[in-house]
Ligand binder design. Structure first.
Ligand SMILES: [Fe+2]
Length: 262
């Protein structure tokens, strides 16, 4: 039986359950997605959410995310990394048990049977793009040197272009050192990101760089200008067997009608 992970991304929840982001009721879409997760993967070994959990970066929204994960039985088996729309400090306050990286960052190292699962905090105050500071890079290097077990890395911003030009300008803004650290880790099997609200697989060094749909609105792959995609909300399933993984995206229901900002 493989180990099964679920990746959720870009929930964009608001304090008000009726709140809308780009015209989309993100409370409705996350419940829609979580209902589908419960059918597809009734007992996930781990649920990882890759950022933009809250759209408004306020404590009550994180409390609502905690409640929502608790209602589904995921609190003891989830890990969360922040996105550009998140507050790493509030995440650490509301989920103090999840983080064990350097101070002032919300990152984690988790052992899962014979695997290592790592999460980085790429949030950079005031920027849409991401950065991984020197403290986290040292921490990551040490974690990767500590183990030869197969490893997955999760972070919000892709550490390289995915082929959608307007989003590639707001990926990890200084990817060089991170890519160097990853290249020195032969046990690394894959890097999983959010941020781009689409399902894409490219490469970073020798491993797949995989991006995952948002649980709400989607962006159009390969678009030069900001554009919404017409795919339904979704989530990713990652199955670990031996020292390899397989993965697939599950789309849920109909596409949502997103409205561009004026
Ligand atoms: Fe997002």
């Amino acid at each position: 039986m493989p180990l099964r992970l679920v990746q959720l991304s870009d929930i964009h929840l608001l304090q008000s359950p009726e709140g809308r982001v780009m015209g989309v009721e993100t409370e409705e879409t996350i419940h829609r997605v979580l209902d589908a997760v419960a059918e597809e993967v009734p007992e996930p070994d781990l649920v990882v959410a890759t950022g933009d959990l809250a759209h408004d970066e306020v404590r009550p929204t994180y409390a609502r995310i905690r409640d929502l994960l608790g209602e589904r039985g995921y609190l003891g088996r989830c890990r969360l990394v922040p996105g550009n729309h998140d507050s790493p400090a509030l995440l650490r306050e509301v989920f103090p048990e999840l983080y064990d990286g350097p101070a002032d960052s919300a990152c984690f190292a988790h052992r899962l049977d014979g695997w290592t699962v790592l999460g980085l905090d790429s949030h950079c105050p005031g920027e849409l793009g991401g950065r991984i500071g020197p403290a986290q890079l040292d921490w990551l290097r040490e974690r990767l040197e500590d183990t030869d077990s197969p490893t997955l890395l999760f972070l919000h911003h892709p550490p390289g272009p995915i082929g959608t030009p307007w989003l590639d300008g707001m990926a990890v803004l200084d990817p060089g050192s991170l890519v160097e650290v990853l290249a020195a880790a032969p046990q690394l099997r894959g890097v999983f990101c959010g941020h781009v609200h689409q399902d894409t697989t490219v490469r970073v060094g020798d491993v797949p760089l995989v991006t995952t749909p948002s649980t709400c609105f989607q962006f159009q792959p390969r678009s030069a200008e900001p554009a919404f995609g017409n795919h339904a909300p979704g989530f990713r399933v990652i199955e670990l067997e031996g020292d390899a993984f397989t993965t697939r995206v599950v789309r849920v229901g109909e596409p949502v009608a997103a409205i561009p900002p004026v």
